[in-house]
Design a protein. Structure first.
Length: 236
């Protein structure tokens, strides 16, 4: 299976971000190492120890059923956290194939789990701590994580209510990266960084569509000219 360049960037970013946590049992080199749920549970417990508890490693951790049960437990707590703490409908969250994680350590599905975890981190009571941790990463990783957070929040189809929800009101990190040309995002509030990235993605999409339409127009115009020329020759 091949993975997109964006998925590769996200994997590098999550590896770098997770390794900034002192609470983890061991450093990771790839997201695949998160398949048993142990390190993810430790990260979540660091984010909110009242809601999440670390999963103790077992000698039979290599058993896919054990990995599945660990991931199932984490996913259930994550969805409940979004509903009870963040105040969002968990039904709108992207579905995660936990069986693929447990059996195959599927990278795409593991990245979805990581996206949910970091979305919780930046909406927790200690969100400034985790935003600071993100800002210590490389510009490339900061950008990939920002996109990951935006992808999760986009499933709710609404702008987060920063005014009424104190857990969201402090999400205002700085990104030292430059997303496009000379625009410096570090001066933007975090929610505007996310909106900027969404707009830039739409812009690229429209530019691609415009280019395709222009190519089709040129092709049709050329056919029209040839057809007219053929008619003219036949008449004369």
């Amino acid at each position: 299976m091949t993975f997109s360049r964006m998925e590769a960037a996200m994997e590098d970013a999550f590896v770098e971000w997770i390794n900034t946590f002192d609470c983890k049992s061991f450093p990771i080199d790839t997201v695949v190492e998160l398949a048993d749920g142990i390190v993810l549970s430790e990260i979540l417990a660091d984010i909110d120890s009242k809601w999440f508890k670390p999963i103790a490693p077992t000698e039979i951790g290599a058993n896919w059923v054990v990995r599945f049960n660990n991931q199932k437990k984490l996913h259930k707590l994550i969805t409940r956290y979004f509903e009870d703490i963040v105040g969002q409908d968990p039904e709108l969250l992207p579905s995660v194939n936990l069986t693929a994680i447990a059996k195959d350590a599927d990278l795409h599905e593991l990245l979805l789990m990581c996206q949910l975890v970091i979305a919780i981190a930046v909406q927790s009571d200690n969100n400034k701590t985790y935003i600071d941790m993100m800002q210590s990463l490389t510009q490339k990783s900061q950008h990939a994580l920002m996109v990951s957070i935006e992808e999760v929040m986009s499933h709710f189809n609404t702008e987060p209510d920063y005014a009424s929800n104190p857990r969201l009101s402090c999400i205002s990190g700085n990104s030292t990266g430059s997303i496009a040309k000379n625009i410096q995002l570090e001066d933007m509030p975090y929610r505007y960084q996310i909106e900027f990235e969404r707009i830039m993605t739409e812009k690229r999409h429209f530019e691609t569509s415009h280019g395709q339409l222009m190519a089709e127009y040129d092709e049709l115009r050329e056919k029209f000219v040839r057809a007219n020329a053929s008619i003219y020759i036949n008449i004369h």
